[in-house]
Write a protein that binds this ligand. Sequence first.
Ligand code: G1P
Length: 297
Amino acid sequence: MTSHVRTAIFPVAGLGTRFLPATKATPKELLPVLDTPLIQYAIDEARDAGVERMIFVSHPAKQAIERHVMDDARLRATLTARGKEDLAEELAEHALCPVQDDVVFVMQEEPLGLGHAVLCARDHALPGPVAVLLPDDLILGPPGALSEMIAAYDPDSAGHMVATMEVAAEDTRKYGILSVTGRDGRRLIADGMVEKPSPTDAPSRDAVVGRYVLDHSIFEALATQAPGAGGEIQLTDAIARGVSRVGLVGFRYSGRRFDCGSKVGMLAATLELASHDPDCAALLREMGLSTDAPRAA
Ligand code: G1P
């Protein structure tokens, strides 16, 4: 059995109701964080981590994601003809190309839950463990969170690995929460996981963030998973069911995580990126905000 993580799954079928009306015509994943669509950060993170196949679990109303993700040779040719080679090259660098990259789009027509979304990718997943990236969770490195996780992944001790961070007690109901039995540096040994428990029911304050490296058996577990919290097929429940067989570990990544599923998180991520961007330095200083970008000469 290979332990090499060859597949990354991006669940992007959600209708982004929290961002309406901004998401009426534009998928949430394409809203810019500073100057780059949200989903691009997760794609670049997966690419840096060396995955071979990317599977996007999308929705028919969100075809714009496919247009963003895939290379557009005609647009590049137009830019080149207008002397904008730099822009054309930048587009080529970010886009996925059907010839070189292994990219699959599958549709999740109904919002049956994150677990169901991952299950939709089953037939396209390559052998071995799979990575799942939730683009809403923007984790700024370097190093990339998925690269760190893959480097630390050891299927002999735990087949399921989830990114984790500590949250305030009142926030446990927003996350999957680990039942932690031991701590070993950045690894949290766990014997279970609960989806969005109340603070009184939460087994810890160690919350799951949207990066997973999962044993391939997750698909079998999901195929027979009964609906859980919110009436949805929960990825958390299927992971929890596999713990006794494959093991579970939480991993504390070193980057900074932003919840881009919320307005405040989007703004925080934008400001963080702007604070390192020379083009934004003058404006941030004028607004009394800090920046580490150098002053213009
Ligand atoms: C999902 C997962 C949850 C996890 C969270 C991380 O919830 O179900 O376990 O903690 O992502 O962002 P969602 O935020 O999609 O409701």
